[in-house]
Design a protein around this ligand. Structure first.
Ligand code: SGN
Ligand code: CA
Length: 560
């Protein structure tokens, strides 16, 4: 619909609970029925934990592009996030949570299906999600949950499996956003983070049958580019300066694909679109405001604001533009200036996201539902905050491959700020939600329930995580690649118009600057990682041959 246009288990599900004879018979019948229908089984079984029998509400919060480096609980030097930190202090912080494809739409489709991109069909932000396939919300709904999604959707097709959906079309707008629902479109005055929080609270408050647990996917637009803060918080960070990452001026030696990417703060960040320098100021210094598109996008953002909001933005950004003209930074100094401006706005949008979580937690608490709600905070992927000189994501390097993941559910989830080192991935979200709801996890989902980790971390939970990125040729020019990461090493293969391998010892080289692929000393761990890559590709039904087929299909479709 036009409105939206803008494997198998890795190991047996740990923590499976014993089935009563009656349930066992029921499960067998359901299994037989499912086989007859040619689909995977969904059988009800007890919830996996201390509060056995109690099926929790599920509040699953996904931010858009929220770097773990900008979460207080992860030790951020950049910003305070007291409400997210509260979740971590009262729950578990996963320190090695990853995505399978560091891009919005693929990641969201993985949340819904528990599968990697090639299996759910959304490999890029251009692909359309087939909503007739098996989804976690459909299974939870069939299993007795009331299901809803509010906020960013970005999957183009109309949402399915939800009792209630109210979503931003495409990327959505920061100011006065339109939301689309089953009854049509409605524009809401205000700032997107506040608007969707109001809508989520309104949905929770109007629920009539509270004996049924709910699933709410609450999905932010923020802190997505171009990082427009709330009108009341525009100035909050503009006087602050932030520590630079040690790799802000990375030379990309030994990393050909990194050198070719177009996401450098120095060259590819738009002075107007991203740093909010007025186009006339940028032009007065002879700067192209980069692509015309950047200038147009900036003007469109302003056009979507009310007169009062535009004035608020003008009052904050105009003096910045004037100071920029007076100072006229060039070269590395310009990069440093842009980095500071980038962080000021990016971090300000996060302040609203954190405040929104505070409102949701307060509501649950006031309504006696906080402790019987599994609260998850995560992002659709990580993000570069100047590391390697970049903004954006897409690469399998740690900043964008890793994502924040914090879970709170007192009792079943260990409380007291536990830190988990298990290798977990967004393919695990759907299995986890089904598991805590006491429903079986279909065998064709690629992930596994994280519930066994809720009581105790287990470094052997998974040997390695798998990654595959496809959106190339495309915006930001990040070449296609797949790879594996285990507890210590990472192997990456770039393909299509390049054939390059990279290998990192993450213990010795956490910033991933030193590609040691082919180094004699690395022969043994590199061979082991290659084997893991083959095993995981075989397990998930991916392969270099499939990658080549999909590439040819994409090239034909886009006329390249
Ligand atoms: C927009 C951004 C890009 C970003 C993509 C995908 N440009 O096109 O920088 O990579 O979205 O982001 S913008 O100036 O229009 O914001 S994703 O999170 O949806 O995958
Ligand atoms: Ca995103």
């Amino acid at each position: 619909m036009g409105l939206f246009l803008s494997g198998s288990q890795e190991r047996p599900l740990a923590g499976q609970l014993s089935l009563t004879p009656a349930r066992f018979r029921c499960a067998i019948l359901l299994l037989l029925a499912a086989c007859l229908w040619g689909c995977a089984p969904v059988a009800e079984r007890p919830a996996p934990s201390a509060t056995a029998g109690a099926r929790p509400n599920i509040l699953f919060i996904m931010a858009d592009d929220h770097a773990w480096q900008a979460v207080g609980a992860y030790g951020s030097r950049l910003v305070k996030t007291p409400h997210i930190d509260r979740l971590a202090a009262e729950g578990i912080r996963f320190d090695q949570a990853f995505v399978g494809n560091s891009l919005c739409s693929p990641s969201r489709a993985t949340l819904l299906t528990g599968k990697h991109s090639h299996a759910h069909g959304v490999r890029t932000n251009i692909d359309v999600f087939d909503g007739s396939q098996q989804t976690v919300q459909g299974l939870l709904r069939a299993g007795g949950y009331e299901t809803a999604i509010v906020g960013k959707w970005h999957l183009k097709s109309e949402p399915t499996g939800f009792d209630h959906w109210e979503v931003l079309p495409g990327q959505g707008d920061y100011y006065n956003p339109t939301l689309v629902s089953a009854v049509g479109e409605r524009r809401h005055a205000g700032y997107v983070t506040d608007v969707i929080t109001d809508r989520a609270l309104a949905w929770m408050a109007q629920r009539e049958d509270t004996s049924r647990p709910f699933l709410l996917f609450f999905q932010h637009k923020a802190p997505h580019r171009p990082w427009w803060p709330s009108p009341t918080e525009l100035a909050d960070f503009t006087q602050d300066s932030f520590p630079e990452p040690s790799t802000l001026f990375d030379d990309y030696r030994g990393r050909e694909a990194a050198a070719a990417a177009e996401m450098r703060i120095s060259d590819h960040m738009g002075l107007s679109n991203d740093n909010k320098v007025s186009p006339s100021s940028a032009r007065s210094l002879g700067h192209q405001p980069f692509l015309d598109w950047y200038e147009r996008n900036y003007r469109n953002q302003l056009a979507g604001m009310s007169r009062a909001q535009r004035k608020q933005a003008h009052d904050v950004y105009e003096p910045i533009s004037r100071a920029f003209v007076a100072h006229n930074p060039r070269g590395d100094e310009l990069t440093r200036w842009k980095y500071q401006r980038y962080l000021q706005d990016y971090l300000s949008t996060i302040r609203s996201v954190d405040a929104s979580l505070g409102r949701l937690l307060d509501w649950l608490e006031a309504n006696g539902q906080l402790d019987n709600t599994l609260v998850v905070y995560t992002s659709d992927q990580g993000f570069y905050l100047g590391e390697h000189g970049w903004f954006d994501k897409r690469f399998m390097y740690e900043e964008s491959f890793r994502t924040p993941l914090i879970v709170r559910w007192p009792g079943p989830v260990e409380t007291g700020g536990v830190r988990a080192r298990a290798l977990v991935q967004n393919i695990d979200f759907a299995p986890t939600l089904l598991d805590v709801a006491g429903l079986s996890v279909p065998r064709d989902m690629h992930g596994q329930s994280l519930a066994p980790l809720f009581q105790a971390d287990d470094a052997s939970f998974r040997e390695a995580v798998y990654y595959h990125y496809y959106e190339y040729p495309g915006i930001h020019a990040v070449k296609r690649h797949y790879g594996v990461r285990n507890q210590r090493y990472k192997l990456i293969h770039y393909y299509h118009d390049i054939d390059a391998w990279e290998f990192y010892d993450l213990e010795r080289d956490p910033a991933e600057l030193n590609n040691v692929y082919g180094a004699p000393a690395m022969e043994t761990p590199a061979k082991a990682a290659r084997r893991q890559l083959q095993v995981l590709q075989a397990r998930f039904g991916d392969s270099p041959a499939l990658a080549e087929d999909l590439l040819q299909r994409d090239l034909r479709a886009t006329g390249h």
